[in-house]
Write a protein that binds this ligand. Structure first.
Ligand code: DX5
Ligand code: ZN
Length: 222
């Protein structure tokens, strides 16, 4: 994975057909997706349960580009090796999920993956300012994690801008996750994001619409 500031669209398979993940990932590649975003929910850190490392391993051969794993899991450390073995390129964890996030990020990098830090809407940036040398990606949660299909929280635009300034010229991706649509992608991109996660906005209308949905987000982001 090379770092560049060009726009990456990362469809979240949380909005895909759970009975057909392999085909869905192949469709996403054909439809122009850059990354595939894999949302792992544990029923503890967040209310819902989605799937685990076995599912990530099963879909890996069907993902054409970067497999971007978002762990909404606490405690998270015991699960890192499973997602490394599953073939994740990026593993993102929440600073809110435990007291030793620095150690977790180190473990992800030591295993050869890119390390991401996700930040909930109500969380400030103090922790991040001490982790800038330890992360390859910052994921701004623009909804409260746990469900797809929620509305983007507008106040997060200022947070994206603040993180963009904090990152400076460091090789760190700035990802935005939650409620991203063609209507707000321009403002999100302008605030400084380079990776846009989108679930509902990509999968709405079924497979025949994926390419147009991705193109609409890309065009809006500019
Ligand atoms: C929220 C997840 C998101 C979400 C995105 O807990 O981390 O990735 O599924 O879905 P939409 O785009 O529908 O908000
Ligand atoms: Zn996510």
């Amino acid at each position: 994975m090379s770092l560049d500031r060009s726009l990456k669209i990362a469809p979240s398979i949380l909005a895909a057909d759970f009975a057909d993940f392999g085909a869905e990932c192949r469709r996403l590649a054909k439809a122009g997706a850059d990354w595939v975003h894999v949302d792992v929910m544990d029923g503890h850190f967040v209310p819902a349960i989605s799937f685990g490392a076995q599912t990530a391993r099963a879909i890996r051969p069907h993902v054409a580009g970067v497999m971007d794993v978002h762990l909404m899991v606490a405690p998270v450390d015991p699960w890192i090796p499973g997602f490394v073995e599953a073939g994740a390129d990026i593993i993102t964890v929440h600073g809110e999920a435990g007291p030793h996030v620095h150690r977790t990020l180190q473990a992800i990098r030591a295993a050869g993956c890119k390390a991401g830090l996700a930040i909930n809407p109500g969380t400030g940036l103090d922790q991040l300012s001490w982790l800038l040398e330890s992360v390859d990606l910052v994921c701004v949660m623009s909804v409260n994690p746990g469900f797809g299909g929620q509305a983007f929280i507008p106040a997060m635009l200022d947070k994206i801008g603040a993180i963009r300034a904090l990152i400076g010229d460091r090789a760190i991706h700035l990802e935005v996750d939650g409620g991203v649509t063609a209507d707000n992608a321009g403002a999100i991109r302008a605030a400084g994001a380079d990776a846009l996660v989108a679930g509902s906005a990509v999968f709405k209308g079924g497979p025949a619409a994926y390419a147009a949905n991705i193109a609409a987000i890309r065009a809006a982001a500019g």
